[in-house]
Write a protein that binds this ligand. Structure first.
Ligand code: PLP
Length: 378
């Protein structure tokens, strides 16, 4: 791909854009806008994993300090407390709730519970891959159904791909990496078509970001459809990706099957403490949704002004068209200390960027204009 200026001159340009925003981070390293680092990646902007740059609320961090003093004990009672809080939050009884070490743990449990040699997984292509890798471990067949031309789940084709061998159907709503949704009505119609012998795993990791009025969580659908499991996470809107807390909600018999595949004490004391505190913090969700959705809209406006294509998103990430294979683009961003999402083979000329702070997102936009000239992205 063609670079319009030398790497060194470009580094200076982006450095200047970033320099305006460099503030001390809570961990002492100098980082754009003070968003904390991941591991030792203290010198770069992290827009690759759909994390929440604002992290947990100050009230939750106090709970974390308290948990530190109890670290010699197993989490026991706190597990029960979080389960009760989640159940109350969703208006269900506690036997509907299964805790996980992140929602990926719920996806893993679903894979081992309902997939096996001779059974199949039906999923969209592209979608979040965790469940597909768990299908590989269980030696089951994977049926990938391409998204529609407007990058949505093709629910008709997914329903048609289901049969008596189908163990699990995965619907990521909103979908990672496209940020598109399945409407509530479409989801209900789909659930009526899928054989009741197949479990439908609905991943609502990005639920809180959705503003489209056609969207509905599947929570109200589980009583009518006991073959449905909903996965939720504290990693995204609650800013707790490093603490690894997620959960599944399903009708009690389905939840019991899922729970049978959990390891003991699979959620740690620190994660439980912050999750409990986060659910008490009524403003946290509203504040983070506003901050991140406003920044996504800011980025979309900047892309519109530049005449660039992107997939309208209901999440804290955005797919942007780059006009050629995205692999060298990802490398060029990395050279400029900006980490971008990986390449998705079936959308190979699209770049997935997570929404960061406004300063981080502005630095990304400045870099994009240099790395991918507008005419190349058309
Ligand atoms: N589901 C989706 C759609 C995701 O994008 C992710 C992570 O990015 C996860 C689940 C896993 O989240 P966690 O295990 O942190 O809860």
């Amino acid at each position: 791909m063609a670079f319009p200026m030398s790497r060194r001159r470009f580094a200076g340009t982006v450095g200047a854009a970033l320099g305006v925003a460099l503030l001390p981070s809570p961990f002492g390293a100098s980082r754009a806008s003070g968003a904390p680092a991941r591991g030792d990646l203290t010198d770069r902007i992290l827009l690759d994993a759909n994390e929440n740059p604002y992290g947990p609320s100050p009230a939750s961090l106090e709970a974390l300090a308290k948990a530190g003093r109890m670290a010699g004990r197993y989490p026991g009672a706190l597990e029960e407390e979080l389960k009760a809080k989640i159940a109350a939050h969703h208006g269900v009884s506690e036997d509907h709730v299964v805790l996980g070490c992140g929602s990926s743990d719920i996806l893993r449990m679903a894979g081992t519970a309902w997939l096996a040699p001779g059974r199949s997984l039906v999923a969209a292509e592209p979608t979040f891959e965790a469940v597909l890798s768990y299908a590989g471990v269980t030696h089951s067949e994977t049926i990938r159904v391409p998204l529609t031309s407007d990058h949505r789940h093709d629910l008709d084709r997914m329903a048609a791909a289901c049969n008596e061998r189908t163990g699990l159907v995965y619907v990521c709503n909103p979908n990672n990496p496209t940020g598109t949704i399945v409407s509530g009505d479409a989801l209900e119609a789909f659930l009526r078509k899928v054989p009741s012998s197949a479990t439908v795993l609905i991943d609502e990791a990005y639920h809180h970001f959705v503003e489209n009025p056609g969207y509905r969580t599947a929570m109200a659908m589980i009583e009518k459809h006991p073959n449905v499991v909903i996965a939720r996470t504290f990693s995204k809107i609650y800013g707790m990706a490093g603490l690894r807390v997620g959960y599944g909600v399903a009708s009690p018999p389905t939840a019991a099957t899922l729970r049978g595949h959990a390891s003991w004490d699979n959620v740690n004391l620190a994660g439980l403490s912050i999750a409990i505190a986060s659910l008490k913090d009524a403003d946290l969700v509203t504040k983070n949704r506003r901050l991140l959705n406003d920044t996504r809209r800011w980025l979309c406006d900047a892309l519109d002004r530049d005449g660039r294509r992107y997939i309208p998103s209901e999440t804290n990430f955005l797919m942007i068209h780059v006009g050629s294979d995205v692999a060298p683009v990802i490398r060029a961003f990395k050279d400029q200390r900006i980490q971008i999402g990986r390449r998705f083979p079936s959308l190979s000329d699209w770049l997935r960027v997570s929404i960061g702070t406004r300063e981080e997102t502005a630095a990304f936009m400045t870099a994009l204009q240099k790395i991918v000239p507008r005419r190349a992205a058309a």
